[in-house]
Design a protein around this ligand. Structure first.
Ligand code: NCD
Length: 371
């Protein structure tokens, strides 16, 4: 049955890095699947809350359920949720997504304090053992000085007998966030190319910024405006990668000081705000450890009518709550889109039913690039 996974090498279904989705056609299929998840959720919500579905909508709901639920899985598939770094939102989003497609979940949101990690177990041993208990593992890890986030994620995935989804790896990558970000951009702007995207805030430590830039750079003629204080600029490796990529897709990036933010806002199709990631700047008490820029209604009034404002959340003080009512603010929708995107990703990882291929994780290549 095509529904079942090939049982040869489950590692290849892991999602660790957004560069796995470098082919725009493959990404398009993933986002289309997420769109169907949204339709399924909307139809179900309507039925539950209003009991108002036309016959054609009921037929569509049955059709989508048939296609998207994991009900013909040999057993209720199990997602193990392993958060070695605090998270409520992302872990709830994954849990809700898995349950909405008919799966089961168990795990720990405080894996750091309670698990064998605290006793000094290696990441490889943990992966081997926990991998025996479920069908997919969702893992978040802060990394440490010797093991940056993505190295931990790669080591874990490469020692794990089942697929691993990276739910945030130190300051390196947060692929599911970026996939939901591009889902949001595609939905709101109807395209992923020819965009002017402004990133504002902590571009040094923000893993969502890195992951999303990787995706934007794979589409043609995008322009990225980077706005931060000197202390929080995008890391060099990323800028080098962008320079290499530029002749291929036309990606361009420009750096601005906070003082020039209004010019940037005027030209942006998408404004992507981020909070300062204070947890990676321990011991710092200077002014540079406060948000240098706060988006207010006055700033927003400079923006184009059809531009959008995004934020991976949680927000601290970098967006004035008075901006929330502006129709261009999309951060709460963005969080909701996370649910649909994660429903799609879990589905893809657990089945081959949707025929979305060529996004596979290459464990050997990853091991070599994160030595
Ligand atoms: C982001 C993260 O964890 O990197 N948040 C999230 O996934 N909900 C962004 C952040 O914490 O600032």
């Amino acid at each position: 049955v095509s529904f079942l996974q090939k049982n040869d090498d489950l590692k290849k279904y892991s999602i660790i890095d957004t560069r796995q989705f470098k082919d725009p056609e493959v990404l398009d299929k993933v986002l289309n699947l997420a769109s169907e998840m949204e339709e399924l959720s909307d139809l179900s919500d309507n039925w539950i809350r209003n009991n108002e579905l036309h016959d054609s909508e009921k037929d569509r709901l049955v059709e989508l359920r048939e296609k998207l639920y994991l009900s013909d899985y040999p057993r209720k598939p199990i997602m193990v949720s392993l958060f070695v770094q605090p998270s409520t939102r992302t872990s709830f989003s994954f849990t809700s997504a898995m349950k909405r497609i008919g799966g089961d979940v168990f795990g720990s949101e405080n894996a750091k304090d309670f698990s064998s990690f605290a006793k000094g177990e290696s990441i490889e041993d943990a992966a081997e053992v926990i991998g025996g208990y479920g069908d997919v593992i969702v893992m978040r890890h802060p990394g440490d000085e010797n093991h940056p986030g993505n190295k931990v994620a790669v080591n874990f995935a490469n020692s794990c007998p089942i697929p691993v989804i990276n739910a945030g790896a130190g300051t390196d990558q947060h692929p599911t966030q970026s996939l939901l970000d591009v889902y949001t951009i595609r939905k709101e702007k109807s395209r992923l190319n020819d965009l002017n995207v402004a990133f504002i805030g902590d571009l040094k430590n923000g893993r969502t910024v890195r992951s999303l830039i990787y995706l934007l750079a794979q589409h043609s003629n995008n322009k990225i405006d980077l706005v931060s204080t000197d202390d929080y600029t995008l890391k060099l490796d990323m800028k080098e990668w962008l320079r290499e990529k530029s002749p291929k897709t036309g990606i361009k990036f420009y750096e601005y000081d906070i003082d020039n933010v209004v010019d940037v806002l005027r030209n942006a199709d998408v404004v992507y705000m981020t909070r300062l990631q204070k947890e990676y700047e321990t011991g710092r008490t200077d002014a540079a450890n406060n948000s240098a820029y706060i988006l207010t209604p006055k700033h927003v009034s400079e923006m184009n009518k059809d531009s959008i404002i995004m934020h991976p959340l949680p927000r601290v003080d970098e967006i004035d709550p008075a901006v929330d009512d502006d129709p261009r603010s999309k951060y709460f929708e963005q969080a909701k889109n996370g649910l649909y995107t994660r429903m799609a990703l879990l589905n893809m990882v657990l089945t081959e039913k949707h025929g979305i291929t060529d996004w596979e994780y290459d464990s050997e290549k990853a091991a070599n690039s994160y030595k």
